[in-house]
Ligand binder design. Structure first.
Ligand code: ATP
Length: 131
């Protein structure tokens, strides 16, 4: 089976580099499915789950935005953060979700709603990936 190298890097360092048969992710323009020999491409990514498929299993990562670079034999994801399910602190994500929800519900001028919405998306994405 044909594979491509997937490398995921954050400001804290490399998170993963391995061979996979397919990668699915959510670009800002919509869902992308990348197979080996895909045409070269650069795309901004949403706060979302990345799915990495091997012949018999699928790995998931929670990523917070960043960029995808596709070359025929290699996909690189540069993300602000990227966590494997086993590295996600569920309690921390639940607390972050609750904080963000409270901020979004508060009708106060000093609340930055866009920031709270992004925090809520990050927390929900992490909780989704651990499920
Ligand atoms: P929090 O409010 O809990 O810090 P956040 O969404 O603001 O959450 P980020 O700015 O996205 O956090 O991430 C900061 C760093 O903390 C990154 O290295 C990220 O991987 C890590 N991180 C954030 N939340 C979690 C979590 N629930 N489990 C594991 N690592 C996390």
């Amino acid at each position: 089976m044909k594979t491509l190298t997937v490398s995921v890097v954050t400001p804290d360092g490399p998170v993963l580099e391995d061979q996979f048969s397919m990668i699915s992710c959510k670009a800002e323009s919509g869902e992308l499915g990348i197979l080996p020999n895909h045409i070269p491409l650069v795309a901004p990514l949403s706060i979302s789950a990345v799915r990495l498929k091997r012949e018999n299993d699928v790995e998931k990562l929670a990523i917070t935005g960043g960029f995808l670079e596709v070359r025929p034999d290699k996909v690189t994801i540069l993300a602000q953060s990227a966590e494997k399910p086993e590295d996600i602190d569920v309690q921390r994500a639940r607390e972050a979700k609750e904080r963000a929800e409270n901020r979004l519900q508060a009708k106060q001028d000093h609340i930055d709603f866009h920031r709270a919405e992004l925090a809520l998306k990050r927390a929900m994405n992490r909780l989704d990936v651990v499920q």
